[in-house]
Ligand binder design. Structure first.
Ligand code: FAD
Ligand code: NAI
Length: 508
């Protein structure tokens, strides 16, 4: 009897579960009709579709404003897994989420223009916009006026004006960077095995140099060495003795934002993985076949060394985008800011009333990370939602005071009075929103051979850990942080595919 009941219960749960998932899929694909934006409302322009802007858009009540989004990228990119795309462990589309996908779920419709903001004219309250994509219509440059503006354009790659960097190296920031690196790795390997290649040339072609020992450089070096160990040396045994990864860092250690213990652990692990780490080595010049790096020898003398390479990946951090630099030049209060738009504790760009900045282009006193940008975006959404509520309360209060003054009978006047009191209370509550406070969840980085390092904030303090267990923590943390269930499923499928069949070594 019990067994039969258990069986029925399982059966019913399975039906209910399938129904639930089915409904989820259906409602995801068929969101309700959106309401049109009200032209009498303020125009809120959001620049960028990265961590900061997308986090804002996800939580924003769009019916309070006319929302316009402008970005040259019509998708969000989950950057923490980008290094895995350079080796084909994960396919790039698995970590991209089209902005149209989530914008169509907003209550009021949002306008999206795939274009670049080339200039923000603060005085005139307009943005100059350019469609930089391959296909251009008759209209491809225009102006977009704004009442409120959020700048979330991120940063570009720093080169410090070092000659040859832009021409000869690959960056690792966008999808096309990862694709380019993936192609070049394979090209170097295939070219190294070309008939009659000299031993020196084989060595050069198989020397993979990474400049910058921040988390981008470290994670990429780890992924590349994994690719070699797990797949490349099996598919192309000829490269086995010459394939080498070198990480070059100007400072005395890699990963300066991690604790000393984890820095040592990373450097030890790299040694075991046979990744060469060249600290206190500053790259000064880049040519098509070698880099020139300066280091101090045992006698304290400065030496310059030519390091030949086949693939060069440049990961030396962030620099300001021209559109941000130009905006800063228009605002006197920004004159002393060097690293980005200085913002106050409500993320308002100092020297303006109606411009906010989030993420890597803003200087709020935090590191330029996705974690910070996402929290800033979510904070602005709450702020704007509150402001939207305040505006609708103000409008109602105005109407009610008119009723109170002109209503012929006392009953109506008392009713209006009571409602006014209630609304004033609500308005005070809404206005009491505190400033932005960042809550650091910790730093995580993958360092290769299924090991990761983590500096995690706990209630009781900090926890520093490194190793395989940390790798599983890293894996589950980033999986859970993926933008959507679709992304999560795709990433799991890619991982499984690469583990079962090996990474795909074909060069597209
Ligand atoms: P972005 O996410 O860079 O977005 C900027 C947006 O603005 C983009 O959509 C871009 O197309 C758009 N844009 C650019 N120019 C214009 C223009 N002129 N007009 C309009 N739009 C424009 N952080 C973490 O916290 N954890 C991690 O594990 C982590 N891993 C990373 C791995 C890699 C390889 C990299 C490169 C970064 C990583 N980061 C990580 C850092 C994180 O990605 C950034 O801090 C974060 O992307 C910053 O968010 P953002 O919104 O300011 O800028
Ligand atoms: P970074 O700024 O953290 O590190 C760049 C490194 O390059 C520095 O250590 C610098 O000393 C070195 N460098 C600069 N010029 C050099 C030269 N000429 N020669 C040799 N070395 C030189 O940059 P990164 O790694 O791109 O990170 C950017 C931001 O994104 C950081 O805030 C980082 O925390 C965040 N990020 C976080 C990740 C994570 O949490 N796992 C992963 C990737 C990025």
């Amino acid at each position: 009897g019990v067994l039969r009941w258990l069986w029925r219960l399982t059966y019913l749960s399975a039906i209910a579960g399938t129904g639930f998932v089915g409904y989820g899929i259906y409602s995801n694909r068929n969101p309700p009709e959106q309401i049109d934006p009200d032209p009498n409302k303020k125009t809120l322009v959001v620049l960028g579709t990265g961590w900061g802007s997308v986090s804002l858009l996800k939580k924003l009540d769009t019916e309070n404003y006319n929302v316009v989004v402008i970005s040259p990228r019509n998708y969000f990119l989950f950057t923490p897994l980008l290094p895995s795309c350079t080796t084909g462990l994960i396919e790039h589309r698995s970590i991209m989420e089209p902005v149209r996908n989530f914008l169509r779920h907003k209550k009021a419709a949002v306008k999206f223009y795939e274009a670049e903001a080339t200039k923000i004219d603060y005085e005139r309250r307009v943005i100059y916009v350019n469609d930089e994509s391959e296909i251009k219509g008759e209209s491809h440059t225009t102006e977009v006026p704004f009442d409120m503006l959020v700048v979330g354009v991120g940063a570009e790659n720093a080169t410090f004006g070092i000659p040859g960097v832009r021409e000869h190296s690959c960056f690792l920031k966008e999808v096309n960077d990862a694709q380019r690196i993936r192609q070049r790795i394979m090209d170097c390997c295939e070219t190294a095995t070309f008939k009659d290649q000299s031993p020196d040339e084989v060595k050069r072609l198989l020397h993979m140099v990474v400049v910058g020992g921040g988390p981008t450089g470290v994670e990429f070096a780890g992924e590349l060495q994994d690719f070699f160990e797990n797949d490349l040396k099996k598919w192309i045994p000829d490269i086995k003795d010459n394939f080498k990864v070198t990480l070059v860092e100007a400072l005395p250690s890699v990963l300066p934002m991690f604790s000393k213990q984890l820095i040592d652990y990373t450097e030890k692990t790299f040694k075991e993985e046979t990744i060469e780490v060249r600290t206190k080595t500053m790259v000064k010049n880049v040519t098509d076949k070698y880099i020139e790096a300066e280091f101090t020898d045992a006698n304290g003398q400065k030496q310059t060394e030519k390091i030949p390479y086949g693939l060069l990946v440049w990961a030396t951090g962030n620099a300001l985008r021209p559109v941000v630099k130009d905006l800063m030049a228009q605002i006197p209060a920004q004159k002393d800011s060097r690293r980005g738009l200085a913002v106050n504790e409500y993320l308002v760009v100092k020297g303006t009333e109606n411009v906010w900045a989030v993420g890597d282009c803003a200087v709020a006193g935090y590191a330029p990370t996705g974690q910070v940008a996402a929290q800033e975006g979510a904070f602005l959404a709450r702020l704007f939602n509150q402001m939207g509520k305040t505006e609708s309360i103000d409008l109602e209060l105005k109407n009610l005071s008119a009723v109170q003054e002109t209503a012929p009978n006392k009953e109506k006047r008392d009713e209006a009075f009571a409602r006014i009191k209630d609304l004033q209370r609500r308005r005070r509550r809404v206005n009491s929103m505190g400033p932005f406070e960042y809550s650091h969840q910790g730093s995580l980085a993958y360092i290769g051979s299924e090991k990761a390092v983590a500096d995690i904030s706990w209630l009781t303090g900090n926890l520093a850990s490194g190793g395989t267990l940390t790798y599983f923590f890293w894996l589950s943390a980033y999986l859970s942080m993926c933008f959507s269930t679709r992304n999560r499923i795709l990433v799991i499928m890619d991982w499984t595919k690469a583990k079962v069949f090996g990474r795909d070594v074909s060069r597209e």
